[in-house]
Design a protein around this ligand. Sequence first.
Ligand SMILES: Cc1ncc(COP(=O)(O)O)c(C=O)c1O
Length: 369
Amino acid sequence: MIAGPIAQIDLGALRHNLAVCRAAAPSSRIWAVIKADAYGHGMGQCAAALEAADGFAVARVQEALGLRAMGISKPLLVLEGAASETELSAVLSMQVELTVHSSRQFDLILSQRQAHPQPRLQRIWLKLDTGMGRLGLQQTEAVALIERLRSTQTPPLELAGLMTHLANADDPSHPMTAAQCEQARALAERFKLPLSIGNSAGILAHPAARSDWVRPGIMLYGGSPLLGQTAAALGLRPAMTLTSPLIAVRDLAAGAPIGYGSTYRCPAPMRVGVVAIGYGDGYPRHAPTGTPVLIRGRRAALLGRVSMDMISVDLRQIPQATVGDPVTLWGQGLPVEEVAEQVGTINYELLCRLSSRVRLVHDQQEPRF
Ligand SMILES: Cc1ncc(COP(=O)(O)O)c(C=O)c1O
């Protein structure tokens, strides 16, 4: 028995979810978003499994360099672009496409290109802020940069396209999405530029976001990007199943307290299980009593506070449960969205916050304890 959590990663599910994305946006090319260690699923293995994507998108230069070091040769896009000359120099010969979200970033690239004796071609994507209000050029700034690029003799610099990010695509009825898509589309058409809009929610719920390039993330991992819609209803399969074994089964008396702060007291004599997972593994500490887990195919409720290494669960409905039984925290049979809702967070956060103590096991093996 391995007395610790395992995140089993179903690479077949990743491939299936990529196919769902292709079917939803058949004319689009796909940047598979594998930042944050592929949303906690292991970047290298996921990149290999998502071989049918057209390229990979990451947040930071460091992540792109990591992929190149692993021998990944596909096109790469850095969504935050380069933050400094050091980062620019690091990607110089790596054929990494860079987002440019500010005039400062653009000037940094230009001066680096001019200073270099034989600069190689650098592809850039201009990021337009159409309402996300995070990174991005205002419309007038974007127009000025494009005109500057087109009218002056620049070192090898190719404007690969225009991108924008949707702020409310998870709500299919939100009026802002259409306006964001329209603004980006009009600018791309004016300058005949390839366009990239759709994240997972955009791809699945907003036809106007199915642009030349799309950037799916959460849907590839089998998470639902849409409020109130299950991943299963969208045809997605969970890529991660997080399990950890029961390490104790105890019969406690009525009134017995459970865990730090004694926030839960047994209402009657009851069987309680202790599972080897806690906030030290990335399981959320604020998961309340009642948060579901799955044991022998049946739901059981978390009891009391989450500790660093353990949680307690109610075994009254599963009296046959024994030490060593795998307990599913989310994944197959227990959608991560359901747990996220109980905890007051989103599927994204639960998936990508697992700590290095959780062992990632890639493929379709049964978890071994
Ligand atoms: C710029 C950008 N594009 C695409 C994505 C992928 O989004 P999602 O995981 O919702 O598909 C993200 C994720 O945060 C992002 O920041």
